[in-house]
Design a protein around this ligand. Structure first.
Ligand SMILES: [Zn+2]
Ligand SMILES: [Zn+2]
Length: 436
């Protein structure tokens, strides 16, 4: 058997992992390198020829979730290769790409992306997928993208667990350790392939989503007009703001029509399981919606915004109608995007947040804390190896307070034994930038 990390060692994002037996070959994720602060992507795989070359003889691509750094190259995959993603994740990705199709000059590309997405296979949690002699089982994880998975892969008498991106401090994280416990009860794990995003961000305090909610409620009591800048597909964070807003009587939860269609997907899936994710009927903003604008002037609002031209137009119209001292923007994304001194700083974000009279930052990461990574490594206790991907410096994994015998099993260079070859490709790294 062979595990190849084509990309993802010593960089966050652009993940491509291959699992191969004599008979079958699969990819876990086919991600694009994350863009730099100006939105430019430097990625030597982001073209048809390169993807055709790397996917030669690949039987299937399975995606852990819909973030671009795991999913971004899906449209370049030849039709002969089957691709898989979670059922709800597929709907969200489709919704997003249908929206992108409205951007001028993007029509042809969007058409191809949508066709590719529509033909994609989808799976439910724990649904076993058989690709040749490799059996894959997806297990749900909490992440800043909803319907994200870790994959258990079984073949040649070996069991490999690939965590994808995950965290232990979300509303939907409760099942993380019990799920792993059940997995190891059925049989030992030989190799653990895991993310390590937070190892280079140890200064960032990781808080539970519930704690954020309490802080947001306080802020909502203080300010009448609350604008929120967060990821439009991060269901748990959207639920934090929705739940906090419900604490304030008669204040509308407002968004644009695109965000509404994403929220509808969440309400119809996760919302059926927990009322926390039932967003009911959010109110759709447009400049001519005078009834809603009157209501906002009277009772205030919790309005989801994005740093786009459309929202600049909306805020230019709406902000002058509201009392400055009662208006705040909650910035709920990675702090570096609006840090002028950071290489990740995004001018579009910076300009957008500056138009608001007051700014508050309330955020917690979509990635596992060092403590959570330690718990997962110790619990999985793989017999043969830990392969750390999705971190700026994979060698940092040695600093985790995991069991000493596990530290000896951390693999960051190509290795070979009689049953397994692990190929770690460092040359293909093109763009070392951070993720959300
Ligand atoms: Zn990622
Ligand atoms: Zn992600």
């Amino acid at each position: 058997m062979k595990i190849s990390i084509h990309r993802g060692i010593d960089q966050i994002g652009g993940c491509i992992t291959e699992i191969a037996t004599e008979k079958s070959r699969i990819f876990i994720d086919l991600g694009q390198n994350l863009p730099d602060g100006d939105g430019n992507v430097n990625d030597n795989f982001a073209n048809l020829e390169a993807v055709r070359e790397i996917t030669k003889n690949i039987d299937a691509v399975l995606y852990t979730h819909y973030h671009g750094d795991h999913f971004g190259l899906f449209h370049l995959v030849p039709d002969s290769i089957s691709q898989y993603i979670g059922t709800v994740a597929k709907k969200v990705a489709l919704c997003k790409h249908q929206r992108l199709a409205y951007i001028k000059g993007r029509e042809e590309l969007s058409k191809k992306e949508i066709a590719k997405l529509e033909s994609m296979q989808s799976f439910e949690p724990k649904q076993k997928i058989k690709i040749g002699d490799i059996q894959i089982t997806p297990y749900f994880v909490s992440h800043s993208a909803y319907d994200a998975y870790m994959f258990l892969m079984e073949a040649d008498g070996l069991r490999i667990l690939h965590t994808g991106d995950f965290r232990g401090h979300g509303y939907l994280s409760k099942g993380l350790l019990p799920t792993i416990e059940k997995l190891i009860h059925k049989g030992r794990i030989d190799y653990l392939i895991t993310e390590g995003t937070m190892l280079s961000r140890l200064d960032e305090k990781v808080r539970h989503e519930n704690e954020l909610k309490r802080e947001v409620i306080e802020l909502m009591k203080q300010y009448k007009n609350v604008f929120v800048l967060c990821s439009s597909t991060d269901m748990e964070r959207l639920a934090t703001f929705h739940a906090a807003n419900k604490e304030i009587k008669n204040r509308p939860y407002v968004c644009d029509d695109f965000q509404k269609s994403v929220l509808d997907i969440f309400s119809k899936s996760a919302g059926k399981i927990s009322p926390l994710f039932d967003f009911k009927e959010p109110y759709t903003f447009w400049k001519g919606n005078s009834k809603l604008i009157k209501w906002i002037q009277d009772k205030g609002c919790c309005m989801l915004v994005r740093p786009t031209e459309k929202f600049n137009d909306y805020t230019n119209h709406l902000l002058p109608l509201l009392e400055k001292e009662n208006t705040v923007l909650i910035y709920s994304m990675w702090k570096e995007y609006i840090n002028p001194k950071s290489k990740h700083c995004n001018k579009r974000y910076l300009d957008f947040v500056e138009q608001f009279p007051r700014l508050r930052k309330i955020h917690t990461s979509g990635h596992a804390s060092a403590d959570c990574l330690t718990d997962v490594c110790n619990l999985v206790n793989p017999t043969k190896g830990i392969i750390p991907i999705h971190s700026e410096k994979s060698a940092d994994y040695q600093k985790l307070p995991i069991k000493d015998e596990l530290k000896d099993k951390i693999i960051i260079e190509t290795t070979k034994n009689e049953n397994m070859t692990i190929e770690i490709n460092k040359q293909r790294t093109a763009n070392r930038v951070g993720s959300r």
